[in-house]
Design a protein around this ligand. Structure first.
Ligand code: GLA
Length: 395
């Protein structure tokens, strides 16, 4: 799929806005990216490190203030739903509200923080992140909404606050106990850089991604994943129980505090074999992430790739969040010459893989992995060669 430019996307959304909401008087256009995580999976709610980056694909938005308290929503990705109406006086999650639970959740979360939204708005969205792909379309909508609210009403919140507000709304309005990674990566994105974030204290550092003769390729399994109905919350509580068990023998705040050696020393405190595997993943994956960023700093992309591969194996066997679709994409990728590393990315249970592929091998990668996937799974995967972009912007 050829990616349209931001200028083209702005034109498309403004035209549609005029068509759906009558005219474009007082409308502003915005963009918030999606994200891909290079390594550090299921570590962000365990006080560990993550290494995500914002993408140049994401969510485009067009919005204007209203004089009443009405909210009118329209998504070009769900155009069959038409205009969905709500009100600032009715910010409650509802199944039938569909995707609008994300912007509404953020409006609610601003209220919970003491920021009063003075008037309603018309809001149109158009995303070019494949929906349900695990590239954080929902966090992108959350950060975009917060960014628009700040721009409209001058709320004194930083981009980091936008990430925290987005996570708060996802946790408390939409019922998914996600960590901070997605919203942080989106709100704090920086072109050409991944973010090495320590989720224990939110300290972070931008690391340039210099792949020289290679690129980041995302393979989308087209197996839809909804965090709410997946086993995401279950994994999180397994880790919390394992942490509580380890805390009976050693004083730590999170699994991310342990080295591999310490984990081996204390793991017998965990009273269940499955939980040992879950905690092992959280500890080892965190250490792998630290090592991967070090490797990148030393320009050792090969080692970075090997750590990505090890991450997948751990997610497959210890954390058990991959599934046949993601395993097929990764195992087929590993067979292709020119693949430096490949792993599932995001929550898992469907969604996407991320691979670092030598530029001259990308065509054969897409052909070979695509063919093998279709043969084994029965439907096609999609491939995106992506670039690392900035956080949210006014267009
Ligand atoms: C989802 C969550 C994140 C993170 C990843 C797994 O994307 O939203 O907070 O836990 O899964 O690494």
């Amino acid at each position: 799929m050829a990616e349209k430019t931001a200028k083209e996307m702005k034109e498309i959304i403004l035209n549609k806005f005029a068509e759906v909401f009558g005219d474009t008087e007082g409308v502003k256009a915005y963009f918030a990216p999606g994200r891909v995580n290079m390594i550090g999976e299921h570590t962000d709610y365990n006080g560990g490190h993550v290494f995500p980056c914002a993408l140049t694909i994401g969510t485009y938005g067009a919005a204007r203030k209203r004089e009443d308290r009405k909210l009118r929503f329209y998504s070009m990705n769900f155009s069959h739903l038409g205009i969905i109406e709500s009100s600032l006086d009715d910010l409650k999650p509802a199944k039938e509200a569909g995707w609008t639970n994300y912007p509404k959740g953020v409006m609610w979360a601003f209220g919970e923080r003491g920021y009063e939204i003075p008037c309603g708005m018309d809001l149109m969205l158009n995303g070019n992140i494949p929906n349900g792909s695990g590239l954080s379309s929902s966090a992108s909508v959350e950060v975009l909404t917060g960014f628009i609210l700040r721009d409209f009403f001058g709320f004194d919140v930083s981009n980091q606050d936008l990430a925290l507000i987005g996570q708060f709304s996802e946790n408390n309005f939409n019922g998914v106990n996600c960590g901070i990674m997605d919203q942080f990566a989106i709100a704090m994105g920086k072109e050409g850089h991944a973010i090495f974030l320590d989720t224990a204290d939110l300290s972070y550092e931008y690391a340039p991604i210099k792949l020289e003769n290679a690129k980041i390729v995302i393979s989308c399994s087209n197996k839809k994943r909804g965090l709410g109905d997946s086993k995401y919350n279950e994994r999180r509580s397994e880790c919390e129980t394992a942490l509580a068990e380890i805390q009976t023998v050693v004083g730590i705040n999170g699994l991310g505090d342990l080295t591999e050696e310490q984990f081996e020393q204390y793991k017998s405190a965990i009273k269940d074999e499955v939980r040992v595997k879950r905690a092992k993943h959280a500890v080892y994956e965190n250490r792998r992430t630290v090592k991967a960023v070090e490797a990148l700093k030393n320009n050792d992309v090969e080692l970075f790739g090997k750590l990505m591969n090890a991450s997948h194996i751990s997610l497959q066997y210890d954390y058990e969040v991959t599934g046949i679709e993601l395993d097929t994409l990764v195992e087929e990728a590993w067979k292709v010459d020119g693949v430096i590393g490949s792993r599932m990315t995001g929550a898992g249970f469907g969604g996407c893989t991320v691979s670092i592929v030598k530029t001259d091998a990308i065509d054969s990668f897409i052909e070979k992995v695509g063919k093998a996937y279709k043969e084994k799974i029965g439907y096609a995967a999609d491939f995106y060669v992506v670039e690392i972009g900035d956080g949210p912007v006014v267009l």
